[in-house]
Design a protein around this ligand. Structure first.
Ligand code: GAL
Length: 966
């Protein structure tokens, strides 16, 4: 590493030190009586191409910013100004500048920000106490002046920095000048997989600090599960008293006090309102009593091992980037709670502090992660990695301290995480030592060191099921230190596009082995950027030189925060109550860690052919965690022979909670009672050859090719064998273990361009048989396919038999038929857009993403059947379908099938890069699938588990078509 030799006024930009002039870090809190002044709003703004393009004169009082633009603070300048202020850049781990630490490019977009403010009328006299200016987040490096005085500079984008300014304030016309550089030495420490977005993106606030105000304080509130007592001690830099009225506590700071309390947990987040009163101010406290410990090799809270059902959350808003308002943060928390999520890893930086308040209040376990990632050094085998270079250690320690000091009073935080993907090194050890010394009441997490030198947990990302099972069985070996530790997957279930697949299989392992304490899905939200032409933009859409495409869109919710099917699946997989049915009884099991079932009400219902015919309440005892009860179900109602019947049982909130209303469904289960009969058709009609047609019962076929043309009055584009699906992000990913990428294998083989050679059309006495061979150019492999058509005069049955020929070495993407319902103008006949089915729903389901698919009667419009993955791909298939009605046709399957219906072809879906590329055509394309290949998570991690592979094997499946009457 070489350092610039000529000193310059801009050296701080490339200085590895954390900065100069800022106050020591401290707890982030809102005082009830000290005044604050928000400096958010419109600021004057000047963008320069380099760090040193302009001198400091703009910071002087009296400077006239004529000709400057404006930006909104908080905000990222590249998301304002419609491109005039530069554009976002997305890279996963590549630094978008030469790796030449600590140097950054000469082209270093630099935003000068100016704001003039008066003190409000009621601001205390300037002689009374002091004041600080707090910056909650600035990317990536800032220098600050107030009224012409240089206050200092700082780095650490998602951390708070304060400057003492009391001595500089004036009643009127204060000039706050902030120079922000996009790139700095700090950028080397902030290589998280996300958009690079410079700017003052969190609030700027002036805080009055009355004489005798609290400086910093640390609330220690533990819980003894054996005695039920909580112990409280508030250490404060300034002496004062601690009041907790509900517990009759009125004690001096620094003194311990014990009382019988209800403990805090993510399931029952009991907070006690209190106050810290110093001579100069009163500070509201929200105290949660809990004890986090590593005990018997397990992460225990209040004496119990916990299971993380977590997500990784980046801060994201499609228009505002990482500037989130309180309502958006609350929406995230409510959505998590409503989907049974109990934990958040704040990947990969401390979130806005208000988010942590919400976690305390609603109940989520938090892994608070430091703003540190140096992933780009992996490109050079981690040479020069800042975390293993003592010159950077002060910066790392500063970041650790700014996280811990800011956030230490949140009961929700159970782990401090050193950062993400930063390799290994002495700097990390120094951080861990400092954190352990400062806060012994929480555990330390870091994933990047599999030897766990500095951590209290063995954490991995994307370990496959087999390895997780080995770890669960404690057969994974490793260092002695690691063998004693519990295991979590800090990232798994990569939620990019359609998926993640296989999470139910992970959950089974987590629940089976004690050492496995759960995991965190990657990730919460797609980071799509609202774009005028593309709908949502992703990497590359802003003309970046280097980018990682839509790898930034891998969330359980879409950018507008609509849940994607992955979230619905996750909710089901991690539900805290399970139901297993057999022989008129249902076994209910409480899978909470702390709560009994008294907050839930239970219902049963009985479905005949998917329609509920009777329902009632089920009385379930207030089972303790881990307990089960076998409950008798009522006598099933009478029903017509041959119909299919099943029980559905649900657990609902018995009363309104802070996060969802009464009757919100928390968990459910279904189990069959009586199996239905499969559709049967006794052939009686004979095929008749006419001039250009063949007729059979209600259908007509092309006389030459045997292709179906009509069923009754419905025109049909011939159903023919189809194996292609618009590859998903997971199909396009490379499986970690095998190194295989299925979409490449499939495309190389030509499965996306299969040809259909007509072998023969035969009219048997009661069947029309069409034989084809379906195969790609240049290959010997093929699928001998027979379509056997029969009819009973009013209905039409198609039996498809497929026999693979040649050496098939890859699974098929899907196996089914595609048909088109053509020339139906939905503007004339809107009924074509309505689809009704009996089978799995309401959402999409694939072989390894079908836990949340509930068997019933469902209906949706064609548009509603589409899942709007930001990069279009296979989506929307409904599984386990018995029958389906659409476009005037009724289609029954034997066996059950899966279907998708779209106003574009698979090829169009495959070619689209953004949703705006998909234009509805006149034909409604319907896929009737015998099977699909699984989904897996190879977009980052393991592929499809063997049991969900669709092997090229002989198969037979049939459909019965009839015209929908009326
Ligand atoms: C992990 C990383 C995340 C994200 C994810 C893939 O390796 O920690 O930040 O990049 O992979 O989406």
């Amino acid at each position: 590493m070489s350092f610039r030799t000529t000193p310059s006024a801009f050296d701080y930009v490339e200085d590895v030190s954390p900065g100069s002039g800022a106050l020591p870090p401290r707890a982030w809190y809102a005082s009830s009586d000290a005044k604050t002044l928000s400096l958010d709003g419109t600021w004057r703004f000047r963008l320069s191409a380099t760090a040193d393009a302009e001198d400091e004169s703009f910071a002087e009082e009296g400077y006239d910013p004529a000709g400057w633009a404006e930006v909104t603070v908080p905000g990222h300048w590249v998301l304002q100004g419609e491109g005039a202020f530069g554009l976002p850049i997305y890279t996963n781990h590549l630094y978008p500048f030469p790796v030449d630490p600590p140097h950054v490019p000469t082209e270093n977009p630099t935003g000068d920000h100016l704001r003039v403010f008066d003190l409000p009328e009621d601001w205390p006299a300037l002689s009374e106490g002091g004041a600080v200016i707090r910056f909650d987040g600035v990317e990536s490096c800032a220098r600050v002046w107030l009224n012409g005085t240089d206050l200092g500079d700082f780095k650490g984008s998602r951390l708070a920095h304060e400057f003492a300014v009391g001595h500089l304030l004036k009643p009127k016309g204060n000039v706050l000048a902030v120079r922000v550089h996009q790139w700095s030495a700090g950028s080397y420490l902030e290589d998280q997989d996300q958009w690079w977005l410079p700017g003052i993106f969190r609030e700027v606030t002036l805080l009055h600090r009355p004489a005798g105000s609290a400086l910093d304080f640390f609330v220690h509130a533990s819980y003894d599960h054996l005695t039920g007592e909580g112990t409280l001690r508030v250490d404060s830099d300034v002496d004062g008293r601690v009041l907790v009225p509900a517990l009759d506590i009125d004690v001096a700071t620094g003194e311990s006090v014990t009382a019988l309390v209800a403990p805090w947990s993510a399931e029952s987040p009991r907070l006690y309102d209190g106050e810290l009163v110093t001579e100069g101010e009163r500070i509201p406290l929200r105290i949660g009593f809990r004890t986090v410990a590593l005990e018997d090799g397990l992460i225990k809270v209040n004496g119990k091992a916990i299971l993380f059902k977590g997500v990784n959350r980046h801060e994201w808003h499609p228009e505002k980037g990482r500037t989130l308002d309180l309502a958006t943060m609350r929406e995230d928390v409510l959505l998590m709670k409503r989907h049974n999520i109990n934990a958040v890893r704040t990947s990969h930086y401390p979130p806005h502090p208000a988010f942590l308040d919400l976690c305390d209040e609603y109940g989520l376990w938090v892994v608070d992660e430091c703003d540190l990632e140096t992933h780009g050094f992996t490109e050079q085998e981690w040479r020069d990695n800042p975390v293993d270079d003592d010159r950077w250690t002060p910066a790392l320690l500063d970041r650790a301290a700014r996280m811990v000091e800011r956030d230490k009073n949140h009961p929700s935080i159970v782990f401090w995480s050193l950062g993400n993907e930063a390799g290994t090194g002495r700097g990390l050890t120094a951080m861990a030592e400092w954190i352990h010394g400062r806060d012994a009441s929480r555990l330390v997490h870091y994933e990047g060191d599999w030897n766990c030198r500095d951590t209290d947990v063995y954490s991995r990302m994307y370990a496959d099921h087999a390895e997780v099972e080995q770890i669960g069985k404690e057969l994974d070996g490793g260092t002695l230190g690691r063998r004693k530790l519990p295991f979590i997957q800090c990232e798994y279930g990569h939620a990019m596009g359609n998926g993640p697949g296989g999470i139910a299989d992970y959950q089974e392992l987590f629940e089976k082995y004690e050492r496995l304490q759960g995991g965190f899905i990657w990730e919460w939200i797609d980071h799509g950027v609202t774009h005028p032409e593309l709908g949502y933009a992703y990497g590359g859409d802003f003309g970046e030189e280097l980018h990682d495409g839509n790898f930034v869109c891998d969330g359980l919710i879409f950018p507008d925060r609509t849940p994607s099917p992955g979230l619905v699946e996750y909710k089901k997989v991690i539900e805290p109550v399970s139901f297993e049915g057999s022989d008129g009884t249902v076994r209910v099991t409480n899978k909470y860690d702390f709560a009994d079932l008294s907050a839930l009400a239970f219902e049963w219902s009985y479905q005949v052919d998917g329609e509920t015919v009777e329902a009632g309440t089920l009385s379930v005892p207030a089972l303790a965690p881990g307990e089960s009860a076998d409950l008798k179900l009522p006598e099933p109602p009478a029903h017509v022979d041959g119909s299919e019947t099943r029980w559905t049982v649900r657990a609902l909130l018995a009363a309104d909670t802070a996060w969802a209303p009464k009757d919100h469904v928390v968990a459910w289960g279904q189990f069959p009672a009586v199996a239905g009969v499969r559709p049967s058709l006794v052939p009686s009609a004979s095929p008749v050859r006419e001039e250009r047609l063949i007729t059979l019962g209600p259908a007509t076929f092309d006389g030459r090719t045997g292709a179906l043309r009509t069923v009754g009055g419905v025109a049909v584009e011939n159903p023919r064998l189809d194996v292609w699906r618009a590859t998903t992000d997971n199909d396009d990913g490379t499986e970690w273990k095998s190194g295989l990428r299925y979409s490449t294998l499939w495309r190389t083989l030509g499965l996306h361009r299969m040809r259909h050679r007509l072998v023969g059309v035969e009219l048997e006495s009661q069947a029309l048989v069409v034989r084809t061979r379906v195969a790609p150019a240049a290959r010997e492999v093929g699928l001998a396919t027979e379509y056997r058509w029969t009819s009973d005069g009013s209905r039409l049955k198609l039996t498809v038999s497929v026999t693979p020929e040649g050496q098939w070495t890859v699974p098929l993407p899907r196996l089914g038929v595609r048909l088109g319902l053509s020339a139906v103008d939905s503007s004339v006949d809107s009924s074509v857009d309505e689809v009704t089915w009996f089978g799995g729903g309401p959402g999409e389901a694939y072989p390894d993403t079908r836990a949340a698919s509930e068997v019933g009667r469902w209906s949706a419009t064609v548009e509603e059947l589409q899942t709007p993955y930001l990069r279009p791909q296979e989506n929307g298939a409904r599984a386990d379908v018995r029958w389906l009605e659409l476009g005037g046709l009724r289609i029954e399957g034997d066996p059950e099938f899966s279907f998708a219906a779209r106003r574009w072809t698979t090829e169009q879906l495959d070619a689209a890069t953004h949703l705006t590329d998909l234009v509805a055509g006149e034909t409604l394309w319907v896929n009737l699938d015998h099977r699909h290949h699984g989904i897996g998570t190879a977009s980052c991690g393991p592929g499809v588990l063997p049991q969900y592979h669709l092997l090229a094997e002989p198969a037979e499946f049939s459909f019965v078509f009839s015209e929908v009457s009326g």
